[in-house]
Design a protein around this ligand. Structure first.
Ligand SMILES: [Mn+2]
Length: 485
């Protein structure tokens, strides 16, 4: 990639930007600087249509406003993070900011100013680059380097929120009076401007509220989650079609194949893809993905496409690399399938959140006792939690803009809470027999199976958003055979 001419920003210098700091490039002549100021067409866009979720983001802001009357609420998108030297990680706006505004621009800040009857929202953004002082082409964040930004007037039309210059926001916040709450952890500059106005306790209440708001998804969000799942289904199909190439190389071929689908159809992968062949399936978060893929082994693929609006799928399938489960693989797989069926059946409005976990754990425990791997009775094993040597993790979690969504929600509204229509969660039981587990017969060792689907709680039960991907062992085999042709 090209190098920037100068890292200076217009705030740091009164003079036009003309000289690169380290001198790798020659200075800019007055004539060139003058030339670059003019001769550019007016590209301002007019009559832009609002973003698809403009009505939903307005409703979310209204709910937030009602919870914190009379208080100024500051929700930053966050800033670019350095990967190394002068390269940055791909930017992803804070979930809180994107959820409330629909915008995803780095350095943006959404501010809700209290009024007599609610709040007025303002979206603080970086305006278009100044051509007059050279920022446009000489600064690393100039539009010539990073691409055209929306003007403030354009952003206003797109998001339905008045937009203002974010460079003036810190001063405004310093001068402001009255109670303020801030979403912490994303924008050090905004935090420092507010440091003597906010308290950790009040900010935490805001964070918790914004997490709990997202427990029940609106129709736009459910549509996006379905899109994420549908792209993910296509990504899994892509992987099955190239398993021979993965055998010739490594798990990385699977990771790269799924990533291609995620980048072409969505924004990104929602989390690091777990492409775990053979005994790697027993490492819950295996993301190194540098191991061999062997015929006769299982492939545990846990991956999700994230849509352009940041909603992610989270799906796992455990597939026989050669297309057919062996006898012992099928025995373990079918047990996990049965546990997942029991878990999914327990997802319905009014059920306790813990019910689906308990239902799946009971089935897995029954199998472990039946197979003689742990001494019964089942009740005793469950009471002591002895099955967890092989079941390892919880059976699911909320899903949305974060793969582990609503993580700041209180225990009483989430883990100890009750399911409601509009919630979306994963049901993902698994059994894992570590390669070095001497307590199980040799034939079990190195086999790990997880099956994970994304389940929407409906008015009368649930809907499996990822039903497009087969789960039952015989259906998986038929599906693989058809794809491999
Ligand atoms: Mn999951």
């Amino acid at each position: 990639m090209a190098d920037e001419l100068t890292p200076e920003t217009p705030e740091e210098t009164e003079e036009p930007i003309k000289q690169r700091k380290n001198g790798l490039y020659p200075g800019v002549s007055d004539e060139l600087a003058e030339s670059m100021k003019s001769g550019w067409a007016d590209t301002e866009l007019h009559d832009l249509r609002p973003i698809a979720q403009a009505a939903e983001t307005a409703a979310r802001r209204a709910a937030l406003s009602a919870r914190f009357p009379g208080e100024r609420l500051v929700i930053p998108a966050g800033n670019l993070k350095t990967r190394s030297n002068d390269t940055d990680y791909a930017f992803r706006a804070s979930v809180e900011y994107a959820y409330l505004s629909g915008n995803q621009t780095e350095d943006g800040v959404l501010v809700l100013e209290p009024t007599a009857d609610g709040h007025t929202a303002t979206l603080y953004l970086l305006p278009r680059s100044d051509r007059e002082n050279g920022e446009f082409w000489l600064s690393g964040q100039g539009e010539l380097w990073v691409g055209r930004r929306h003007s403030l007037a354009e952003a206003e039309q797109l998001h339905g929120i008045p937009a203002s210059d974010v460079r003036k926001l810190p001063e405004k916040l310093k001068e402001a009076t009255g109670p303020v709450r801030l979403v912490r952890g994303f924008d050090a500059g905004i935090e420092s401007a507010l440091h003597d106005k906010v308290t950790a306790e009040h900010d935490e209440e805001l964070r918790v509220f914004l997490s709990e708001m997202r427990l029940v998804k609106d129709d736009f969000e459910i549509g996006e989650l379905q899109k994420a799942v549908d792209s993910t289904t296509r990504g899994f199909e892509d992987v099955v079609k190239v398993l021979d190439k993965a055998e010739a190389t490594s798990e990385r071929y699977i990771e790269g194949t799924f990533f291609l689908r995620a980048r072409v159809e969505g924004n990104d992968i929602g989390y690091g893809s777990i492409c775990a062949a053979g005994p790697h399936a027993c490492t819950l978060h295996w993301v190194r993905n540098d191991g061999p893929v062997r015929s006769g082994d299982l492939l545990l693929l846990d991956a999700g496409v994230e849509t352009h609006t940041y909603y992610t799928a989270d799906v796992t399938r455990t597939l026989p690399v050669n297309g057919r489960y062996s006898e012992i693989q099928k025995k373990i797989y079918d047990a996990v399938y049965e546990a997942q069926e029991a878990g999914i059946a327990a997802v319905k409005p009014g059920a306790k959140y813990r019910d689906f976990h308990d239902a799946a754990q009971r089935v897995l425990t029954e199998k472990l006792v039946e197979w003689g791997l742990v001494e019964g009775p089942v009740e005793r094993v469950l009471e002591l939690g002895l099955q967890r040597r092989w079941t390892l993790h919880g059976t699911g979690h909320m899903l949305g803009m974060d793969v582990h969504d609503c993580a700041a929600a209180r225990v009483e509204t989430y883990v100890d809470g009750t399911l409601e229509a509009g919630m979306v969660l994963t049901v993902e039981p698994g059994l894992y027999f570590q390669a070095d587990d001497l307590t199980v017969p040799q034939e079990y060792r190195g086999i790990g199976v997880r099956i994970e689907d994304d389940i929407l709680v409906t008015q009368d039960g649930n809907r499996n958003l990822s039903a497009g991907l087969p789960r039952r062992s015989d259906e998986v085999e038929a599906w693989m055979a058809a794809l491999k042709g």
